[in-house]
Design a protein around this ligand. Sequence first.
Ligand SMILES: [Zn+2]
Length: 95
Amino acid sequence: MEIILVGLLVALVSMVAAGVVARNKGRSACLWVVIAFLLGPIPLIVLLVLPANQEALESQAVQAGTMKHCPFCDEIIRAKAIRCSHCGASLEYKG
Ligand SMILES: [Zn+2]
């Protein structure tokens, strides 16, 4: 009986941890929760080794409003930046 409870606890912790790590790495939290549900803690180890999906993270930051695209070089920069850190263009509005 206790072994079943321990197994359920491990599965639950693996699912939550996989979801959190996947989200923080720009990957599908739902997909990784399902994989962790099916395979236990092994997908969590795989997730920790996988590199972050930078494109998805940047897209999320742009949608959240903390980052924006430079209108001159299209690189991702901070939303409050007044000068692009990539191309050096001035983004300050003179009005
Ligand atoms: Zn730029």
